[in-house]
Design a protein around this ligand. Structure first.
Ligand SMILES: C[S@@+](CC[C@H](N)C(=O)[O-])C[C@H]1O[C@@H](n2cnc3c(N)ncnc32)[C@H](O)[C@@H]1O
Length: 233
């Protein structure tokens, strides 16, 4: 893959960037996203931040090869330490929810000029939804899509009333499955949660056969299976 043939996942992320685009892509690996955005939008500016040397060098090479050094700064650094006041939006994609949450939390003091946070957690989107609520970000949009057999979730947040898209009575379920995704229930959503339900059913079966079953855990799993059955009915 290269920046010309961006994945549907990253293309969808790019669609949420708002002009004037001055964004940081944290964990940028090959800098495919910044290259794609800056090639299509000559006014855009991006910082490609990367923690690790190998992916940092790949990002640098991609930006050099595409002659985009006037629009993209590639910086080796940890999380949000690579951003400055020029950045108005950030993207953190392709990592686990807990790592994304940790990056946001460690760098929260650097978010003063950031009006939009776009994340794409590979697992545990719940931890990000929770962090957004706790830090006064409104989850304005969510997308779930399938590509090459994988299901991806994209969360878009802006500074604002963090609870406006949640219903207090359904909070636990909405944090887990996503308030917007739950309303839409598209085919990717149903595929992901049908698989998750089957997995939980298998695990509950195994737990019940254990010599000393963990009844508290079994009860929690059964509650989640019931929720999924209701949602997917
Ligand atoms: C799986 S890649 C995802 C690349 C790209 N964002 C995407 O969605 O296709 C995750 C990248 O994040 C980088 N990374 C992990 N922790 C990081 C951190 N704390 N700060 C910056 N980059 C990090 C890794 O080195 C890796 O290149």
């Amino acid at each position: 893959m290269n920046a010309d043939q961006l994945s549907k996942r990253l293309e969808t992320v790019a669609e949420f960037l708002q002009k004037p685009i001055r964004f940081a892509d944290i964990g940028s690996d090959h800098a495919y996203l910044p290259c794609y955005v800056c090639q299509n939008e000559p006014e855009a500016f991006a910082i490609a931040g990367e923690l690790n040397r190998g992916p940092y060098l790949s990002a640098l090479e991609e930006v050099n090869n595409r002659q985009l050094t006037h629009q993209i700064e590639v910086i080796q650094g940890n999380g949000l330490e690579v951003i400055d006041n020029r950045v108005n939006q950030i993207v953190i994609a392709g990592m686990g929810g807990p790592l994304i949450k940790e990056i946001l939390d460690k760098g929260k003091d650097k978010l003063t000029h950031v009006s939009k946070i776009i994340t794409q957690p590979n697992i545990d989107a719940r931890s990000i939804r929770k962090w957004l609520i706790d830090h006064e970000y409104n989850l304005v949009n969510e997308v779930i899509l399938e590509e090459s057999g994988h299901v991806y979730e994209i969360l878009v947040a802006e500074k604002g009333n963090p609870k406006s898209n949640y219903d207090e009575k359904m909070l636990e379920l909405q944090l887990w499955l996503g308030p917007h995704l739950l309303r839409e229930k598209n085919s990717a959503f149903c595929k992901k949660w049908e698989e998750e339900k089957a997995k939980k059913q298998r695990i509950v079966g195994q737990m019940k056969r254990a010599s000393e079953p963990d009844f508290k855990k079994i009860k929690q799993f059964e509650k989640e299976i019931n929720w999924l059955e209701e949602v997917l009915r």
